[in-house]
Design a protein around this ligand. Structure first.
Ligand SMILES: C[S@@+](CC[C@H](N)C(=O)[O-])C[C@H]1O[C@@H](n2cnc3c(N)ncnc32)[C@H](O)[C@@H]1O
Length: 297
């Protein structure tokens, strides 16, 4: 758990540097996230109150299935070691990248540098969660997948492995980081990934217009309330009954917890599953009664 808390605490993000709540951590501006102690306390509360990760006491057949076949699936899929070998490579990579603070806007870009191995250590989703996203995409047969926040392309690779007959659109704002991700995805021979380089604010609308509809969206960048809710609103017209949206780090800061609360209360959301480090929402109208679950993972 400590590893996960520390990992979540060192996530990269993009925030408005003019905001009083922002400060720099490393070279990237971050919103006021919880301290490690606050996060640990929240994690403890989640662990105590969440439903058992084996499905005991969960009466919704859909959620029971999710717990059994997605969350609790311990099968070692063929792609896991192949993708993890690329992560390992990234953890040794000493190349220095130019990294802009996206929150500063394109007119006042502040250029900074970051080493690939530091990004691999701090910004990527732990394999446990990337694999969960793979199983989610696989189990629900997602074909049109959007990832907001590519970083080095590790989770992108998991998503692409789950949808060989579909396509993953992945958005990344920092050109050097997008370049390394593209290299990694080529190395893994994916032909079903489209990298879209640019600020989400500028790329999301055109990307969605190309996609026409989305089966699965993974929102993993710009962890602030206002943009998160704005992206959610932008995504809505492209959702269908079986669409799934996964929001990263919904308990990472007060702002993200507020955004998560607003999303769960949205009239389109029929089911939410809170896994602490990820929040998942479903829109299926057949769920007559809106339900919110918190499940240990
Ligand atoms: C946490 S990392 C993504 C990790 C990746 N999904 C994974 O699991 O391996 C977030 C990424 O989103 C990018 N990002 C943040 N805000 C952005 C924005 N407004 N537009 C485009 N990219 C952004 C950052 O440059 C960073 O590479």
């Amino acid at each position: 758990m400590r590893k996960m808390i520390l990992h979540a605490h060192s996530k990269c993000g993009s925030a408005n540097p003019k905001s009083k709540a922002s400060f720099t951590r490393g070279l990237v501006y971050l919103p006021a996230m919880y301290s490690s102690a606050q996060l640990a306390l929240r994690y403890l509360q989640y662990w105590i109150t969440a439903s058992n990760g084996r499905g005991y006491g969960i009466h919704s057949p859909f959620v029971f299935d999710f717990v059994k076949y997605v969350l609790g699936n311990r099968e070692e899929y063929y792609c896991y070691p192949i993708i993890e070998a690329v992560r390992e490579r990234m953890l040794q990579d000493g190349r220095v990248l130019q990294v802009q603070d996206l929150g500063a806007g394109s007119r006042t870009i502040t250029h900074n540098t970051r080493v690939v191995k530091d990004i691999a250590r701090s910004a990527l989703k732990l394999s446990k969660f990337s694999r969960l996203l793979f199983r989610l995409a696989d189990y629900y047969s997602c074909r049109n997948i959007l990832e907001m926040g590519t970083s080095l392309g590790i989770t992108t690779a998991y998503l692409a492995s789950a949808c060989y007959s579909g396509k993953v659109y992945t958005l990344e704002g920092v050109p050097d980081i997008a370049g390394v991700a593209t290299e990694n995805l080529h190395r893994l021979h994916f032909t079903n990934v489209q990298m879209v380089q640019g600020n989400f604010d500028e790329t999301i609308s055109d990307t969605l217009a190309q996609m026409q509809t989305v089966d699965l969206v993974y929102v993993d960048g710009n962890h602030r309330k206002e943009p998160t809710l704005r992206y959610f609103d932008t995504l809505k017209p492209y959702l269908h009954n079986d669409s799934i949206i996964v929001f990263d780090d919904v308990h990472w800061s007060r702002e993200m917890e507020e955004a998560w609360r607003v999303i769960k209360q949205d009239s389109s959301v029929r089911l939410s599953i809170d896994l602490f480090f990820l929040g998942i929402v479903f829109f299926r109208p057949e769920f007559k009664q809106v339900q919110h679950f918190s499940i240990r993972y």
